[in-house]
Design a protein. Structure first.
Length: 291
């Protein structure tokens, strides 16, 4: 089976050819510019490859409702050149194959659930902490959809006592998870990117405090069997233990489950060598084929 996979990002588009085993056979990265500049190059990559289906995991918000008139569109987005752009439609004009689309983080969540550390789990959460902060959720074995897809990266936060004066980096909210803890928020607060702040304990005390708040929200609302953390900020190895410590303190033994008794197995790092997103696209393509 020859499957096409497209993972869109704010800085690059990853196009790949793979198969139903999750194997990536060929890939290319294309800079994200305007649709007119970027999409033709993506289409050219897939031409002549004999793809049987295409799976797309897109930054958003994106319309994932097949019954909607704007299914496959990127909706209102801070990436203004892409607002209201018919992303999937651009590929349908060229390729007569089944296609599916998910949010980028639902795609990563699906990749982990199919080939990674949440295989066999019917409910799971994937959080990416990088240029943005997104949350993918799988419930009863399927990516969560409602009126849209989860936008749980924007849940409100209680401010850390030592962070009351920082202006939230989100243009929409005064105190949300992404605006306080994504990579650009760290850089705006401290004047340096996260990778240059490893030796400043206050940076990670504040970061862990916010990420743990969000995680506790998801534990209490979605009741996942495992939570997976990915993205560039999570490459800071000292961060994960701090997050777990804060989660434990915030839950305060309210829930007594076997999962929460072993936080080292419950809150984990992504397991697919940063390929969870593009592998999730392969699964989206398989779903489009009904496989």
């Amino acid at each position: 089976m020859i499957l096409g996979a497209l993972e869109t990002g704010g800085t690059k588009m990853v196009c790949a050819i793979g198969n139903e085993k999750g194997e990536i056979l060929e890939r290319v990265s294309i800079p994200t510019k305007t649709p007119a500049e970027t999409i033709p190059a993506c289409i050219d990559f897939f031409r002549g490859k004999g793809i049987e289906a295409l799976g797309i995991a897109a930054f958003g918000p994106v319309d994932v409702n097949p019954a909607s008139e704007t299914y496959g569109y990127i909706l209102k987005t801070p990436k203004l050149a892409w607002a209201n752009y018919n992303l999937m439609g651009a590929f349908k004009e060229v390729f007569d194959v089944p296609m599916g689309i998910e949010s980028d983080v639902n795609g990563s969540c699906l990749g982990e659930a199919t080939w990674g550390c949440t295989q066999g789990m019917d409910n799971s959460v994937y959080i990416t902490v990088g240029t943005g902060l997104g949350v993918g959720i799988i419930v009863n074995g399927q990516p969560l959809h409602g009126m849209l897809h989860p936008e749980a990266g924007h849940v409100p936060m209680i401010r850390h006592p030592k962070d009351k004066d920082f202006k939230c980096n989100c243009p929409f909210h005064e105190s949300c998870m992404e605006g306080l803890s994504a990579g650009p928020a760290i850089e705006a607060r401290w004047g340096k990117p996260a990778r240059e702040l490893a030796d400043n304990p206050l940076v990670w005390e504040i970061e862990a405090y916010y990420l743990a708040q969000g995680i506790v929200d998801y534990i209490l609302t979605v009741s996942p069997r495992r939570i997976v953390l990915g993205g560039g900020v999570m490459h800071q190895e000292h961060l994960l233990p701090l997050i777990k410590k804060n989660v434990k303190e915030l839950l305060n033994d309210y829930l007594q489950t076997k999962e929460l008794q072993d936080l080292d197995s419950y809150i984990v790092l992504a397991s697919l060598n940063d390929d969870q997103g593009i592998m999730g696209c392969l699964k989206i393509a398989m779903n489009a084929l009904g496989v």
